[in-house]
Design a protein around this ligand. Structure first.
Ligand code: HEC
Length: 122
């Protein structure tokens, strides 16, 4: 006697409820390796836990994990490479009440940093 129900349930789970596939976000002009070095130089790890970097326990800002899956940045910007760069260059200019300071990140540096952050899928 076949038992169709559990099979159907498994098929539905596999189709809809698995962990989301990371979808790569391409940052035109961004170099992820340079971005990683810049993140170290700017000391982002003092406030953020960032995959691939030694920052375990930093908890002033949110962990920068799975950013390519995120709908919003800092809760106020749509998550696009352009808005990521905008945020990195001048957080208080986007949200005057944010605790993230303006670190003087240039446009090119922000592109590199964005490329690194979007390349980390965990
Ligand atoms: C002094 C602490 C501090 C430093 C240094 C800092 N940040 Fe932040 N960052 C924050 C805080 C706090 C937030 C949350 C902002 C908010 O929601 O208003 C944040 C938010 C963010 C976000 C949005 C995250 C999200 O989940 O939407 C990104 C991306 C980010 N920071 C990247 C960086 C990078 C890259 C650097 C280094 C260039 C950096 N931050 C340096 C405190 C900091």
């Amino acid at each position: 006697m076949p038992r169709p129900f559990p099979v159907l349930l498994l098929a539905l789970l596999a189709a809809g409820c698995g962990s989301p596939e990371p979808h790569p976000v391409h940052v035109a002009g961004g170099d992820a390796q340079r971005g990683r070095e810049l993140i170290e130089r700017y000391g982002c790890v003092a406030c953020h836990s960032i995959p691939g970097l030694a920052s375990y326990g930093a908890n002033v800002g949110p962990p920068l994990v799975s950013l390519s899956q995120r709908g919003y940045l800092a809760g106020v910007l749509p998550n696009t490479p352009e808005d990521m760069v905008r945020w990195l260059r001048d957080p208080p200019g986007v949200d005057p009440r944010t605790a993230m300071p303006n670190l003087g990140v240039s446009q090119d540096e922000a592109l590199d940093i964005a490329a690194y952050l979007y390349s980390q899928h965990r």
